[in-house]
Design a binder for this molecule. Structure first.
Ligand SMILES: Nc1ncnc2c1ncn2[C@@H]1O[C@H](COP(=O)(O)OP(=O)(O)OP(=O)(O)O)[C@@H](O)[C@H]1O
Ligand SMILES: [Mg+2]
Length: 269
């Protein structure tokens, strides 16, 4: 989910309906069980590829450090180490996504509900991500968000990280990302607006299906599990995810939460 922040490591989620993703396979006559096997095989190879990319970065960076030990300047060492750190973060993210998806599909995701500071959580995650990606200007306007809210703090933090990480990943550096909070009569909204690649209109209805990746996003790293996890977590809180986007112009993803919650009891994706 998301680029990894070292924040909450506990999440799980669900997948609405795996069949639509199956529909994205190349058209070919294939009996139903085989289509399922093919779907799995495609995604295993996709995940393997996603794992190999950061591993190669780690391998080549460490090899060059070993080869050039003693001749590297401090800034060379720092830049290699940062590359390795980013690759490890990416690996952690992929593995956490897979674990969370497994937990959610087995119905094992259970909320641990507390009163917590929603406003403080959003601010803290923004600060952390801004430190990690200083070239993305952040505009943060979240005063209306309550400092006391009842929900699962770690899972809701995970939702926000997933959405914010997408805004960072799918928009060019230097383009501002606006994080806004709003509170109405029955609902709270946390919205993240970017000016990035946007989503094709025909892809929009599928974004919360597990493993779904937009056609214009496939050249970038990702498992396609983030928004499905986010959507499941919000569903358990009686909330939802709203996505507005135009290809090439940017995306606004809003996390909608009820002011008074009706918690849904678990269940898988
Ligand atoms: N802010 C955004 N701008 C453009 N496209 C987006 C944005 N957020 C999500 N998407 C689209 O939705 C798809 C699903 O997002 P999701 O977060 O579930 O998966 P991902 O980013 O591909 O991979 P990961 O599981 O690593 O997060 C993305 O592949 C992308 O096509
Ligand atoms: Mg994502």
């Amino acid at each position: 989910m998301s680029d990894h922040s070292g924040y909450s490591n506990r999440h799980g989620v669900a997948s609405p309906d795996p069949s639509p993703a199956r529909g994205r396979l190349p058209r070919q006559t294939c009996p139903a069980p085989l289509a399922g096997e093919r779907f799995q095989a495609d995604y295993i190879s996709l995940l393997a590829h996603q794992l190999i990319t950061p591993l190669s970065t780690i391998s080549s960076s460490t090899q060059s450090m070993i080869r050039r030990a003693g001749q590297m300047s401090e800034s060379d060492i720092r830049s290699r180490a940062e590359k390795i750190k980013r690759a490890v973060g990416r690996l952690t993210e992929i593995i956490e996504n897979i674990l969370a998806h497994t937990r959610a599909t087995s119905g094992a995701m259970v909320l641990d509900v507390h009163d917590f500071d929603l406003n403080g959580m959003v601010r803290r995650v923004c600060d952390y991500h801004h430190d990690e990606h200083p070239s993305h200007p952040f505009e943060v306007a979240i005063d209306p968000l309550p400092d006391r809210y009842k929900g699962d703090p770690l899972l809701l933090e995970q939702v926000f990280i997933i959405v914010l990480s997408n805004a960072i990943k799918y928009s060019p550096v230097d383009c501002p990302i606006r994080i806004a909070g709003d509170k109405g009569d029955g609902a709270i909204a946390i919205s993240v607006r970017d000016q990035g690649i946007g989503v094709l209109a025909e892809d929009l209805p599928h974004l919360t299906q597990p493993f779904f990746r937009g056609r214009n996003a496939k050249h970038m790293p990702g498992t396609g599990l983030g928004l499905s996890l986010a959507s499941h977590i919000l569903d358990l809180h009686g909330g939802s995810l709203r996505v507005e986007s135009r290809e090439g112009q940017g995306t606004t993803v809003s996390i909608i939460l009820p002011t008074v919650q009706t918690f849904n009891a678990g269940g898988g994706i």
